[in-house]
Design a protein around this ligand. Structure first.
Ligand SMILES: [Zn+2]
Length: 277
């Protein structure tokens, strides 16, 4: 990695070390504006939740996708992938990031989930477990989930979380040392800083991925609000952790309300994403 790219990757987050964790948390945010949720969107989200909890069910009692689920996967990936890759190329132009995203089925994962990761060459991968394909109820839901995972790549969340974990560790260690702790305390402080640094961001990044997903879903010709009803349904067994679909996620109602707000935000901005300020 060149010096220039190291600076770009770590610069905004490390600059505020001296200011401590509070400033750190404010220092490196999202690429795109994540709309504030109004009471009106919250009410609409709550109504959708009530309806889904009353009438919705998990789509499948079986944990395995049937032929129709597999056909949906092929159909939706064919429509969403080119859109997401073109958004990625446009939004990350000049950064050297690859936008050739590979969408796969994780044959081994036994719970309903989707996640974004990288292969050994740095190529982005979006993976769905087979139970997740069985769980998805319609094309809009699958398009939204796919858009969400691609949003993690477009938002460079893995890179940012790594640099924030490092910065958090430094800040935690420095704070303890400054307060007169010994070397062991500083190590504990570093661990705590890592955790705080990562947790503070992961929820924001989940919402940013939902914003990008709303955009990609619309651009691919699907309905993001129908897709985000996935959040409102009675839950299948969930897998947590990392950048999985349910990662260290914000409350589902907030995610749905954020999607509702984003639809309004996009339509007020000629359908285009708004950069964070
Ligand atoms: Zn996510």
């Amino acid at each position: 990695m060149s010096d220039a790219s190291s600076t770009r990757r770590f610069g905004p987050c490390t600059r505020f070390i001296a200011g401590g964790l509070a400033l750190l948390v404010a220092a490196c945010g999202t690429t795109y504006a994540v709309p504030r949720v109004s009471s009106q969107s919250t009410e609409v989200a709550n109504a959708i939740f009530a309806e889904e909890q009353r009438t919705g069910s998990t789509s499948s009692t079986s944990q395995q996708p049937d032929a129709a689920d597999m056909a949906r996967f092929t159909r939706v990936v064919a429509r969403v992938e080119p859109v997401a890759e073109s958004v990625c190329r446009r939004e990350t132009a000049g950064s050297g990031r690859t936008c050739d995203i590979r969408v796969i089925i994780d044959q081994d994962m036994s719970q309903p989930n989707a996640y974004q990761t990288y292969d050994s060459s740095g190529r982005p991968i979006v993976a769905f477990s087979r139970p997740m394909l069985a769980e998805v109820r319609n094309d809009d839901e699958l398009a939204f989930i796919l858009g969400h995972e691609m949003g993690h790549h477009i938002g460079a969340h893995t890179d940012k979380l790594q640099s924030q974990a490092i910065t958090g560790a430094l800040v935690g260690g420095i704070l303890v040392a400054t307060l007169g702790g010994d070397a062991n305390d500083a190590v504990l402080g570093a661990y705590a800083g890592t955790a705080v640094g990562s947790m503070a961001y992961s929820q924001t990044y989940e919402l940013e991925s939902d914003v990008v997903a709303t955009y990609i879903t619309e651009q691919a010709g699907y309905n993001p609000v129908t897709g985000a009803r996935f959040f409102a349904r009675p839950k299948p067994q969930q897998t947590s952790g990392g950048l999985s679909f349910w990662g260290s996620h914000p409350p589902d109602r907030k995610r749905l309300a954020t999607v509702l707000e984003t639809v309004d935000q996009l339509s007020a901005n000629s359908g285009e994403l708004i950069l964070a300020r």
